[in-house]
Ligand binder design. Sequence first.
Ligand SMILES: [Zn+2]
Ligand SMILES: [Zn+2]
Length: 361
Amino acid sequence: MTAYVRALVAREPAAAPAVEEIRLPEVGPGQVRVRIRAAGVCHSDLSMVNGTLSPPYPLVLGHEAAGEVVEAGAGVTRVAAGTHVALNWSPPCRDCWFCTHGEPWLCATANVAALENGSTLDGAPVHLTLGLGAFAEEVVVPERALIPVPTALGWESAALLGCAVLTGTGAVRNTAKVTEGDSVVVIGLGGVGLSVVAAARAAGAATVVAVDVTEGKKALAEAAGATDFVVSGETLSKDIRSRTSGRGADHAFECVGRAATIRAAWRAARRGGQVTVVGMGRADDMVQLSALDIFSSARTLRASVYGSADPDVEVPQLAEDVLSGALRLDHLVTDRIGLADVPAAFDRMARGEGARSVVIL
Ligand SMILES: [Zn+2]
Ligand SMILES: [Zn+2]
């Protein structure tokens, strides 16, 4: 039986993505058809259409999503019709060197920017953002890209756990290992940055300085648990030093993905401090640091990919934290929208307004 669904498709980088009907593929062995119920608008989706990345088109956008299993293919064991699931955009193979050495987030086979799956009505093969293409009424994905979640969790929370929250929380807990009393600077307050703020406070950080380009993020930063809010400008380093005993922060998190903000995070960290890059940037955006600065500042610069987490283990744990009230996500969702409203959500994101827009299907 051929199924047709509405999906948000980007045809070329310059044009706004639009809602189209696409043809879903048959559910093959090891594959699952999922009815999407909520899908967050993540900065990586914008990166697919604003020239930051150059994926193949036509491309179904969306990768931070949750839904309900409609049909499970032959050999599928982890989920069945009716199971509530969060989508995993980097499903580990469990077999490669990285997976068998405790780093499934670096799986050699998982990092597929745009798998081909299904076709447009004019017959062209359609590509899926991060192998998911979740801005669609339904998707057909491999079983290992699904993480079962409790039905009580709610679609919006389940969706956010699959990207922004796991990425931000994991960067704090797994990559940087923020501990009691630390001082933390977070640059860029989208869904990921606000999750970093919340996780840093939960880890016991004494000072969490949240930084963004507009005053409009102040209330969101404070709701997430920031102790200080700074609008980024000429005096950023000084503003941060004045809030971190003159030394700079123990940890600086860059949640934008730009050379300029990576340098700002570098300068925000103290001597010997940790700089964690969480944002994904362009291939040609070069970060310049002087050789002497690298030596004498004794800072560590590293990246956090998907929160250095095993999503199959940590998403269910985060779901329990949400259900127990230990982790609050409601402040992250500032707009609930339809599929056709995603381009407007991209505009808000580019202007630095709001936190997460979530497509409700
Ligand atoms: Zn994302
Ligand atoms: Zn692997």
